[in-house]
Write a protein that binds this ligand. Structure first.
Ligand code: GAP
Length: 457
């Protein structure tokens, strides 16, 4: 099929319970979304798979779960208080609040990352930029806008200002010493975390792509400085393997190497993995060599030593860090865009099928009694109890069998199991494959092992 549009994905997500516009009964609320019953399953499957691959199945990575509100000094040390800014302008005519660098980038086709503030200001003043909402060329001056959400603690005064974390990463540096002291880890080793992050984006948008609150899956991987190039490449391979595991088309995934002069203040090398979303090629994940920037900043700001004993040299060293980072919401979006298909079948009917890998499917198996009577529901319940070993399963007895298959195809259920009258006597069921639509008869006692082999290895 032709490239899927964002409108199609957004309406599909609402119609089929993946994601609803948030606070809709109050008229909606800027860029807020609620993951529905299928969306939350998909998201949980992504996080569970990631945790299994990168924490549970690795001997060199441990997990943590920190608070969202950390000591405010954290964000001074990390550079976020001073430098986590975007360039904001307002349209003087329609009052739209916009990101100056995005306007320049989109309309003048200039890459802005790394351009000095003054360049952007100058480009905006040259009167070649139009407001995308009303077409006016009159803007306020470009000003810096810090993306961290501030909050006020019950304590009074300046001390009371705290921030919702804009990345999960910093807690891994704050707990570095605790992990070293309690977990008998040796370099190289990683600390992983999955959790919410918050950014006061000036122009959130593209559905769940750029949000004010979102989830990240991050690893701070502590290494000896001399090994950084080798370990960076190892992480590129691990991230590529992850893309395969979640079934994204390799032709739509690309590496973007940040030019040296445009690197963030903490990075010596950054390579993004970009994905061809319906609205263009955009960042999906990132991989950065953060040097010893974070640990040395936290040493400076906290007064604690974060050095560890190096067996080879017998000296105390400050480890360097490779940071692979994944956005959960962007993964959900990429998986849905990649899997969505509209097909014309041989009998000239249409179907929508979500071809996502079984490990991520929100419903693993659907159990469908052919009729609502004659003892079929009871038999189907028996089958349902068996297949829930694979995770979230669905029982559906309403509507024609064809319609029920279509409903499951649309949400990506890899296999349906139909219970018919023969099942009562031959103790067998029919399994139907989502992608090929082929059907096969299977003994109920073998069902779990057959499904396991075919779909859930
Ligand atoms: N600790 C490094 C860090 O936070 P980042 O590139 O700013 O790096 C990491 O963010 C990932 O988080 C991105 O690759 C993206 O997947 C996701 N992300 C960042 N901002 C986002 C937003 N406003 N909405 C949704 N996901 C976002």
């Amino acid at each position: 099929m032709e490239k899927v549009s964002m409108d199609t994905i957004v309406s599909f997500c609402k119609r089929r319970g993946f994601a609803y516009p948030g606070s809709a009964i109050y008229g909606g609320f800027a860029n807020s979304y609620t993951y529905g019953p299928y969306g939350v399953e998909l998201k949980k499957n992504i996080k569970d798979l990631w945790w299994r691959i990168f924490v549970q199945e690795r001997r060199d990575i441990v997990g943590i779960d920190s608070d969202i509100i950390l000591h405010p000094r954290t964000w001074e040390a990390s550079g976020h208080v001073a430098g986590f800014n975007d360039q904001m302008v307002d349209c003087k005519k329609c009052r739209a609040r916009l990101r100056a660098d995005h306007l320049v980038e989109e309309q003048l086709k200039i890459e802005c990352e790394g351009l000095a503030d003054v360049d952007i200001t100058k480009l905006m003043k040259e009167n070649k930029i139009k407001c995308p909402k009303c077409g006016s060329m009159e803007f306020t001056d470009v000003r810096k806008f810090n993306l961290m959400f501030q909050t006020q603690m019950a304590k009074t005064g300046e001390e009371g200002t705290a921030y919702l974390r804009p990345e999960t990463a910093q807690a891994m540096f704050l707990e570095f010493k605790n992990i070293v002291d309690t977990m008998r880890v040796k370099l190289p080793f990683g600390i992983a975390q999955i959790g919410r992050a918050f950014r006061n984006e000036i122009t959130p948008g593209n559905f769940i792509f750029r949000r004010l609150e979102f989830e990240q899956m991050e690893i701070e991987y502590f290494i000896e400085e001399k090994d950084w190039e080798k370990i960076f490449i190892q992480w590129q391979t691990s991230m590529k393997n992850w893309l395969t595991l979640i079934g994204l088309s390799s032709a739509k995934c690309h590496n973007y190497e940040h030019p040296k002069e445009k690197l963030s203040h903490y990075s010596k090398r950054t390579v993004d993995i970009e994905y061809d979303f319906p609205f263009g090629r955009k960042e999906l994940y990132g991989l950065a060599y953060r040097t010893d920037f974070d640990l040395s900043q936290h040493e400076k700001f906290s007064g604690e030593t974060l050095r560890i004993h190096d067996e080879a040299s017998g000296e105390k060293i400050l480890p360097h860090v490779i940071e692979p980072t994944w956005g959960v919401d962007r993964t959900v979006l990429a998986v849905l865009c990649d899997g969505y298909r509209e097909e014309k079948l041989e009998d000239d009917t249409d179907r929508v099928v979500m071809q996502i890998v079984p490990v991520l499917a929100p419903v693993k198996v659907a159990v469908l009694p052919l009729l609502k009577k004659d003892g079929l529901p009871e038999k189907a319940q028996e089958v349902f109890n068996r297949v829930t070993v694979f995770g979230n399963c669905e029982y559906d007895e309403s509507g024609s069998i064809g319609k029920r298959y279509r409903r499951q195809d649309e949400i990506g259920t890899p296999v349906c199991v139909t219970v018919d009258h023969d099942s009562l006597t031959d103790d067998s069921v029919t399994i139907r494959d989502r992608d090929t639509m082929k059907q096969e008869r299977v003994k109920i006692e073998l069902l779990v092992s057959v499904l396991k082999k075919k779909y859930f290895v």
